[in-house]
Design a protein around this ligand. Structure first.
Ligand SMILES: CC(C)(COP(=O)(O)OP(=O)(O)OC[C@H]1O[C@@H](n2cnc3c(N)ncnc32)[C@H](O)[C@@H]1OP(=O)(O)O)[C@@H](O)C(=O)NCCC(=O)NCCS
Length: 241
């Protein structure tokens, strides 16, 4: 196995991906890895050489140092994880992107999805099945109902309105958001996919589910991910055939 970071000072060992085995799970045959994304400069700096020129340029264009460090760290971790599967060095991997920006690993049937938000990043990996993952910290939003009216289906927005003023409101909002986002990411179509063209099961429904309106949802399965306290996360993947 390629070890991502070999020469870190002891105080940064806690950030080494492979020293966090408890932050891994298999869900429906899909490997899920999640980890903190805020790392100090001495951790991420030596990893920048694992990134492509374009990735380094993206990092360099970020205004805040913390964002640059996090971007380098997350993409180095992503490369290290994928590299294990294809038996290459992380720096040798090449990615291409579809028109909406979904990344694919060149020359492999390995599919992956990455999400980073709040203090965490999550990566889902599987061979031969399209998939999308999303994570969000549950937090207070200025105009959550306005966002719901804009991005959720009518029924989803109605269900959320029923929860206004209750302690479940934030969880319900971000559960719905991450479920929808995970499906959009699995399809790879970004904002070209109408967000009100499909519905997700809504809090407190015990069974995560997708229902097509104008967007077909047959052949896809939705899973809730319980990864980190205070976060909502979801995974959508093609049904194993
Ligand atoms: C870009 C998009 C993937 C969202 O990303 P996000 O939730 O802001 O951020 P995440 O961290 O979860 O995902 C970003 C990662 O997804 C991947 N990605 C980028 N474009 C993608 C696409 N079209 N499809 C799938 N994955 C994509 C990349 O790996 C990206 O990471 P990188 O930028 O560091 O390379 C896309 O789905 C989008 O624009 N969504 C619209 C937002 C919205 O209106 N959501 C409403 C939900 S109800």
């Amino acid at each position: 196995m390629y070890r991502l970071v070999l020469n870190l000072p002891q105080e940064f060992r806690q950030f080494v991906l492979f020293d966090l085995p408890s932050h891994e799970a298999m869900v429906d045959g899909i490997r899920i890895v999640w980890f903190q994304r805020d790392v100090p400069e001495p951790v991420c700096k030596p990893l920048a050489h694992l990134l492509s020129r374009q990735e380094r340029e993206r990092a360099d264009s970020m205004v805040f140092a913390a964002d640059r460090h996090s971007f380098i760290w997350v993409h180095a971790c992503k490369r290290a994880l994928l590299a294990e599967y294809v038996g290459m060095k992380p720096s040798q991997l090449e990615f291409m992107h579809n028109a909406q920006g979904k990344p694919f690993l060149v020359g492999s049937d390995l599919q992956f999805s990455l999400s980073h938000a709040g203090s965490y990043a999550v990566i889902a990996l599987v061979r031969g099945r399209r998939l999308g993952v999303d994570i969000e910290p549950i937090r207070r939003l200025e105009d959550a109902m306005g966002l719901a009216r804009r991005f959720f289906s009518e029924k989803e927005a109605e269900r959320l309105r029923d929860l206004e003023g209750t302690p479940d409101f934030g969880l319900a909002f971000f559960e719905c958001w991450t479920r929808k986002e995970a499906f959009i990411k699995a399809l790879g179509g970004g904002l070209s996919i109408p967000l009100n063209g499909f519905e997700v099961s809504f809090h407190p429904s015990p069974n995560p589910d997708l229902r097509g309106i104008s967007v077909a949802t047959d052949g896809w399965i939705l899973h809730d991910l319980k990864l980190v306290d205070g976060h909502a996360a979801a995974l959508v993947a093609e049904v194993f055939s």
